[in-house]
Design a protein around this ligand. Sequence first.
Ligand SMILES: Nc1ncnc2c1ncn2[C@@H]1O[C@H](COP(=O)(O)OP(=O)(O)OP(=O)(O)O)[C@@H](O)[C@H]1O
Length: 245
Amino acid sequence: MSAAIEGGDLLLQTQGLRKSFGGVHAIDGVDFRLGRGELRCLIGPNGAGKSTFFKMLTGQYVPTAGSILFEGADIAGAEAHDIGRRGIGIKNQVPDVFDGVSGRENIYLAARYAHPKRRAGAMVDEVIDRLGIAGFVDGQVGELAHGQRQWVEIGMVMAREPKLVLLDEPSAGMSAEETHRTAELIKEINRTATVVVVEHDMQFIRQIATMVTVFHQGRILVEEVVDKALADSRVRDVYLGRGVA
Ligand SMILES: Nc1ncnc2c1ncn2[C@@H]1O[C@H](COP(=O)(O)OP(=O)(O)OP(=O)(O)O)[C@@H](O)[C@H]1O
């Protein structure tokens, strides 16, 4: 358990969380605890339940049972705008940007959801500077490289100053160099926000993670610091043949 949780500063907690699709128990009673300030990776083999768990946190799925407490309030089944208003920023795999305008304008529009005009303007400059994306952010998003679009989206999430950032496979489809840079961006984000990342890329996980939560068959199998988790025989067994290195 992390120092943050031991200290009692729990930001997010699920209790007895379940999601069933017909007879399939995609998430089967998950008690998850996340301390403020943490950077946590959710991993597990295909079908383990990571996406289903993630989609309950983001409000895309309503749990079959259980609670999701964010700063003590139950957000299970809450609308997306309510989740955003509470300070949870989400980046899904599907891009959520306006192609016809610049990256800067996209970030500004996102900032305006959360801030009045002047503050939003200042936030845009701050985010662009923090993420180091000034070199391409004035180009039309539709013409940016895949990685650059993803970074603009991360900028849009950060412009709302979230307390918790939820990222679904942020390095999907990226080159090794883009993946490396994304990992550095996530560490930067974690300086001011708690972060949960669903990822497959082990190189990436090693680069960013402190703690990983390993899902298997809808439950938490192991929760450990990254190197110990990946060396755990139970984790190696469930990944057998899928190359956990
Ligand atoms: N909408 C759905 N309808 C029916 N079954 C579903 C649905 N979504 C997920 N499942 C099932 O729930 C289980 C968990 O799936 P989930 O997508 O959450 O796993 P995952 O760990 O995210 O896998 P992957 O790494 O492949 O994305 C699987 O058995 C899957 O087939």
